[in-house]
Design a protein around this ligand. Structure first.
Ligand SMILES: Cc1cc2nc3c(=O)[nH]c(=O)nc-3n(C[C@H](O)[C@H](O)[C@H](O)COP(=O)(O)O)c2cc1C
Length: 212
């Protein structure tokens, strides 16, 4: 079993990364081989519309653009599980994650009949972290998050989302113009809710990496 973990946050040690490291530990607890990649370390863009992936007689499920992402896409198609983490930025996933999704999905999509070229199976877990409390997530973000999971059904495995809400954005709110947040409440969430989120991330990593 091979599990790829992609950090779609620019921060390498904070909420999203912490969740992903737990998911990685979960995957390894069931014997999976894991690879952890910080997407912000890679140089790439979204799809360049070169259409090399649609060339007659060409290889399928292959992004031909020569940059840091194409080899990662190759490895995702060859993996058994994929766990992607993203903070919510302006109500959405980060631009790095969006660019990855464009590239990954376009090269497996048939423009002959919109079928799926990919015949393998990769289980997918999406971990979202956000300032928004759970009630706001349920009301405003959940639908989009579930649609996002649906996109990954094209990898023919399971696709699930976990939302870690009301995260602690900075350690010391008094140093920033962030009066809109209640530091005491944020610290309480970090102490009480976040450990549960980490445990759930561990379980997600284990479950998705358990077998085809
Ligand atoms: C540019 C930017 C935009 C953000 N937009 C939102 C947002 O629309 N909704 C939200 O709930 N949180 C928003 N946040 C907060 C982050 O999603 C949240 O702090 C997240 O847990 C950060 O993850 P990280 O610690 O891995 O960087 C935003 C943060 C930044 C930097």
């Amino acid at each position: 079993m091979k599990t790829i973990i992609l950090n779609g946050s620019p921060r390498k040690k904070w909420n999203t990364a912490m969740m992903l490291k737990e998911a990685q530990r979960g995957a390894e607890s069931v014997g999976a081989e894991t690879e952890y990649i910080d997407l912000y370390d890679l140089t790439y863009t979204g799809c360049r519309s070169c259409l090399a992936c649609k060339r007659k007689g060409g290889e399928r499920c292959k992004c031909f653009w020569k940059d840091d992402l194409s080899p990662v896409i190759d490895r995702i198609f060859a993996s058994d599980a994929l766990i992607i983490g993203s903070p919510i930025y302006l109500g959405d996933i980060t631009s790095q994650v969006h660019a990855l999704i464009e590239r990954l999905h376009f090269c497996s999509l048939s423009y002959d009949n919109y079928s799926n070229y990919f015949t393998g199976k990769v289980n997918v877990g999406i971990i979202l972290t956000m300032n928004a409390p759970k009630t706001f997530y349920d009301l405003s973000y959940r639908k989009k998050a579930e649609e996002l999971a649906q996109i990954f059904k094209s990898l023919n495995g399971s696709a699930e989302v976990y939302a870690s809400c009301d995260t602690l954005q900075v350690m010391d709110y008094s140093k920033f113009n962030m009066a809109g947040f209640n530091e005491e409440h944020k610290k309480e969430m970090r102490a009480k809710q976040f450990p549960e989120d980490l445990e759930n991330a561990f379980q997600m990593g284990a479950l998705l990496s358990k077998g085809k």
